[in-house]
Design a protein around this ligand. Structure first.
Ligand SMILES: C=C1C[C@]23C[C@@]1(O)CC[C@H]2[C@@]12CCC[C@@](C)(C(=O)O1)[C@H]2[C@@H]3C(=O)O
Ligand SMILES: O=C(O)CCC(=O)C(=O)O
Ligand SMILES: [Fe+2]
Length: 340
């Protein structure tokens, strides 16, 4: 069975330039990074996504409603130790504070899936983003040694512990979601088969920007995952809500953000929207975030679950590997390409 990393390796990025800008030495936003300021990156501040206590006895219902209405929510009492979140944040800061020449030693190769570099979606836009990323799948040891020939161990220990704990949380959330979707016993057991889930960790840095209104942190996109669990401590994330517009997802103390990806949208037969989101450069400081992507094993075939009688499936069955390939080629046309 292949791994997620092998699947991404089969779909190399089609980018002329694969190296992020040297943000340390830049005093203005170059034309290559200047986005047309069509909507001023404003958000509708009358709305916000719900915050849900995972220990609430009604958690499954609250999560399900949030998924249906927003495609996103914040979760507290999630069981991830706060000192681990602090350590992750501090290691992320340590990584992105390295000089650019050092970070480039761990540059993701054009066909590679892990390491330092641009977001994969960059090839679909004609402007670059005010962003640098570092992707981890499994052990980050090889790249960490490239970054820090001696002080790599702490980074690896923290990231591995975080991935393990995030996967446990993801399984808990998935169980609640399946409960809400009222899937049959057989379908419920499906979560058990997610033992070999495909996961990835994306460390994001949005350096301080000299002209925030001209730069885009991360362009609008949906995640490929079932769902993504995001750790953030600085504003900038916005989600698009039909009929409302862009809504800011401000950090809530000790909360993690969960957003629905394409695969859960398919699984829920479009009951849950896969939420379009972006990052804007609002704050006058560098912003960091850590995204954990949770998907089934790559050879797993997904199809709409929990259909009531007479309800027709909106998507055909697709393997995770096939869908990742479609997204790599067509980005936002991937979903419509499997629509029945
Ligand atoms: C597992 C993955 C999801 C992701 C591609 C990746 O291989 C690792 C990076 C992820 C990320 C983060 C920024 C936005 C995004 C669309 C991208 O370009 O890279 C997501 C990818 C995704 O969800 O498809
Ligand atoms: O930085 C953020 O808040 C969002 C990151 C994101 O959307 C991603 O990594 O897919
Ligand atoms: Fe995302």
């Amino acid at each position: 069975m292949s791994t997620l990393s092998e699947v991404y390796t089969k779909h190399p990025l089609n980018l002329q330039q694969i190296i992020p800008l040297d943000f340390d030495s830049i005093g203005t936003v170059p034309d290559s990074h200047a986005w047309p300021d069509s909507d001023g990156f404003v958000s509708n501040d009358r709305f916000s996504i719900p915050t849900i206590d995972l220990e609430d006895s009604d958690a499954a219902k609250l999560i399900g409603h949030a998924c249906e209405i927003w495609g996103a929510f914040q979760v507290v009492n999630h069981g991830i130790p706060l000192n681990l979140l602090d350590e992750v944040e501090s290691e992320v800061r340590r990584l992105f504070s390295l000089p650019t020449t050092q970070k480039l030693k761990a540059l993701r190769s054009p066909g590679g899936a892990t390491g330092y570099g641009l977001a994969r979606i960059s090839s679909f836009f004609n402007k670059f983003m005010w962003h640098e990323g570092f992707t981890i799948m499994g052990s980050p040891m090889d790249h960490a040694k490239e970054l820090w020939p001696h002080e790599y161990q702490k980074f690896c220990d923290v990231m591995e512990d975080y991935q393990k704990k995030m996967e446990e949380l993801a399984r808990t959330l998935m169980r609640q979601i399946l409960k809400y979707l009222a899937t049959s016993e057989e379908e419920m057991n499906w979560v058990g088969s997610l033992g070999g889930a495909s996961t990835a960790l994306q460390l994001n840095s949005y350096p301080m920007c000299p002209d925030p209104h001209r730069a885009m942190g991360l362009a609008p996109h949906t995640d490929t995952s079932l769902f993504t669990i995001l750790h953030q401590r600085t504003s900038g994330l916005q989600i698009l809500k039909e009929g409302v517009g862009w809504v800011s997802v401000h950090p809530v103390t000790r909360a993690l953000v969960v957003n629905i990806g394409d695969l859960l949208h398919i699984l829920s037969n479009a009951r849950f929207p896969c939420v379009l989101h972006r990052v804007v450069m609002k704050e006058p400081k560098q912003r960091f975030s850590v995204a954990f992507f949770y998907s089934p094993p790559v050879d797993f075939h997904l199809y709409p679950l929990a259909l009531s009688s007479g309800q027709i499936p909106l998507y055909r069955s697709v393997s995770v590997a096939e869908y990742v390939g479609k997204k790599a080629k067509n980005l936002d046309k991937a979903l419509s390409s499997i629509r029945i």
